[in-house]
Design a protein around this ligand. Structure first.
Ligand code: HEM
Length: 650
């Protein structure tokens, strides 16, 4: 591939989209833009017009490419990721698309004109003086960039190991072939203590092999359906890497609320003053880069950190210990106490490994600079406000996105397993189709779409931070407690770190399952478990099209309070079948409220009931426990240094 090929590849993407007529007007449009840009630029760079000319030609091509990329991000996040990954080996340091848009738009007002000139100067300087020579150099000397491959071998073997199977051989199975795929083949794996795991390979409606890894207990209970392991199965047939399968994730089109849409024609773009933030934040993004650059490393958690991960209380919260009356052993209220997060100090993590190539070394600087130069860099208050702004959506469900964003955040965190430190909010893995497509996440695409849209506006924030902050803001907006939230989570660069599927709780299970998920895996206490479920299901509703269940738990759907517990205790619930889906759930005698089978455990199991009764009587105690538990969830798996930045490579 030559330099021209590459340019062509990208340049034509946009041009191809245009009709023949479109192409005709495209050329004068490009020239017009060129002249316009030159005119601006001449003001500050009158020394060499030729220089400017070359410079703009060069950059315009890139800008077009970036705009196209932005379009992809906007409509199809997963495909955009694949696309991005494909080219990353060539150019990891592309400036953010937003910058390109911003700089090629017509300025509104003198202030914006001035800002743009400043931005462009900086942009071109970085592009030409620093980036372009390297770019050309890499084209001349490096090999053709490799196609992005999803290599799930490691992943499936890891999953097998997590499920207790170490001598797992992918070749064992009969998968059929592409033309004649096995209709359905099942392999049973006998694991000790009577557990049986199985891999089922079946053919999807699109004639693609679909594999699922199931953990089977008592011959009837299943955990885990890992759709993304289809790729591994497919690969095992051919023994060569294949591209990741087409994602089934079709994001809902964005419904921009008018409040959130910037109309450039009438409203000048207003950027808040750029702030130089605390050093730890600057470090955060350098760290972010290092994470991206270190994806090929096998394991980055040293033994100390692994030990720390195994500890349940990575975040100590007060006043949880005070809440038990030692004499009577009954829970007591502690209204006066404030909830304070106390992050334990940790020894600094080992120094990051050297980047494996020169390119990575250069790109490291480029990327971190782009992030820091963003006008809203470090302004978490603006991100909070942006989330708050999108919550009211009168055409959506009950008029607010808050419950669904709340649930989205919970699902980000619910995958954590403290025994091996995998999953959880850290890494922002819910943005990958492999995790997002899991059954339990059905219906969350609206939340994801809106949050991803906010990420477009604030590209410097990590997805992991944004996805956790979403829930925190939503809870506050619903009238719930203020959850201590700390930024600093880093994103993992690709889907390799997506935790094994099947970790989300199952609504039809019982107390044993609650114990397994909340106590064993998430490291929460019994009252924290009760508070979390009652808090989560005290708002929003179930939807037949998503989960198969129907109805709300409470009367005031958009109010975070202890009504869930009151309803659970005050009403008689009977088993009832949802007509649309045939799924069984519980209904109150007046058919007003529903309960999931697992919710009923909070009433029927004496261990949980004690706390249900307590929280029904004492809302402030419920708020305290909920706050502690939710803050713990957000921090699970996030190991920070003294400055609060996550250093562990995820
Ligand atoms: C015992 C474990 C849990 C199970 C099995 C479970 C299951 C479910 C199901 C089936 C729905 C209905 C989804 C739909 O049809 O749209 C739902 C909704 C919801 N869950 Fe849970 N959940 C659990 C725990 C939690 C926790 C701990 C939280 C929060 C901390 C939470 C927050 C929510 C919220 C806010 C909704 C409403 C979403 C909406 O209105 O769109 N859940 N849950």
């Amino acid at each position: 591939m030559t330099f021209l090929d590459l340019i062509n590849d990208n340049y034509l993407t946009l041009v191809d989209l245009l009709s023949p007529f479109g192409r005709l007007i495209f050329i004068p449009y490009v020239l017009f833009r060129l002249v316009l840009q030159c005119a601006y630029f001449r003001l500050i760079n009158f020394i060499s017009l030729v220089h400017v000319f070359i410079l703009y030609n060069y950059n315009l091509l890139f800008a077009i490419n970036e705009s196209n990329e932005d379009n992809l991000t906007f409509t199809e996040t997963y495909n955009q990721k694949v696309h991005y990954n494909k080219y990353r080996s060539f150019d990891q340091s592309r400036p953010l698309t937003k910058n390109a848009h911003f700089m090629f738009a017509v300025p509104v007002g003198f202030q914006e004109f001035f800002n743009m000139v400043w931005w462009r100067t900086d942009y071109y300087y970085t592009r030409i003086a620093k980036h372009a020579p390297f770019c050309i150099f890499s084209l001349l000397t490096f090999r053709v960039p490799k196609e992005f491959v999803y290599d799930p071998d490691e992943h499936i073997l890891q999953s097998a190991a997590n499920h207790g199977k170490t001598d797992f051989d992918l070749k064992e199975f009969d998968y059929g072939n592409e033309l004649n795929p096995a209709a359905s083949s099942t392999i049973n794996i006998d694991v000790d203590n009577g557990r049986k795991d199985e891999i089922v390979v079946s053919t999807s409606r699109k004639n693609e092999p679909v594999a699922s890894f199931r953990q089977k207990q008592n011959d009837q209970k299943y955990y885990g359906l890992n759709g993304h392991e289809a790729a591994a199965v497919y690969k095992s047939q051919e023994r060569t890497p294949v591209l990741a399968p087409q994602s089934e994730f079709v994001p809902k089109p964005y419904n921009l609320s008018p409040k959130n849409t910037i109309n450039r024609a009438t409203k000048p773009r207003e950027y808040p003053p750029t702030t130089r933030t605390h050093n730890s934040l600057i470090e955060l993004f350098s760290d972010n880069d290092k994470v991206i650059l270190s994806t090929r490393r096998k394991s980055n958690v040293d033994s100390d950190q692994a030990k720390a991960l195994a500890e349940p209380a990575s975040l100590k919260l007060l006043p949880a210990p005070k809440l038990q009356n030692s004499a009577s052993n009954d829970p007591v209220s502690n209204e006066k106490s404030e909830v304070v997060a106390e992050i334990p100090r940790r020894s600094p993590s080992p120094p990051a490994k050297r980047p494996s190539s020169r390119s990575r070394f250069f790109l490291h600087f480029k990327k971190s600079k782009d992030m820091k130069d963003h006008p809203t860099y470090g302004r978490y208050d603006l991100v909070r406000q942006a989330i708050k702004d999108i919550l009211p959506q009168k055409d959506f469900d009950d008029g607010s996105l808050a419950p669904i964003i709340f649930r989205f955040t919970w699902h980000c965190c619910a995958t954590f397993d403290r025994r091996d430190g995998t999953g959880g909010s850290s890494g922002g893995t819910l943005r990958f189709a492999q995790e997002f497509n899991e059954n339990g996440n059905t219906g969350l695409n609206t939340a994801k779409s809106y949050l991803d849209q906010i990420h477009e506006e604030f590209p410097w924030i990590s997805f992991a931070d944004l996805y956790t902050l979403g829930g925190v803001v939503a809870i506050e907006a619903l009238g719930g407690p203020v959850i201590p939230w700390k930024p600093g989570r880093t994103d993992c660069a690709d889907a390799k770190k997506v935790p094994p599927g099947g970790r989300l709780p199952v609504a039809t299970e019982g107390s044993e399952h609650l114990h397994e998920v909340f106590q064993v895996r998430l490291g929460l206490s019994v009252p924290e478990t009760v508070a979390l479920i009652g808090g989560g299901h005290g708002v929003g509703r179930t939807h037949p099209k998503f989960s198969g269940f129907i109805g709300p738990w409470t009367r005031e759907i958009l109010k975070f309070d202890n009504e869930f517990f009151k309803n659970l205790l005050e009403h008689e619930f009977h088993i009832w079948t949802v007509p649309q889906t045939g799924i069984e759930q519980y209904m109150s005698e007046n058919n007003e409220f529903m309960m999931l089978p697992i919710d009923m455990e909070l009433k029927n199991n004496p261990e949980f009931r004690k706390w249900t009764e307590t929280f029904a009587l004492d809302q402030s105690l419920f708020f305290n426990y909920f706050t502690n538990a939710f803050a713990k969830l957000l921090e699970n798996g996030v190991i920070r240094d003294e400055d609060g930045v996550q250093r562990t490579k995820i």
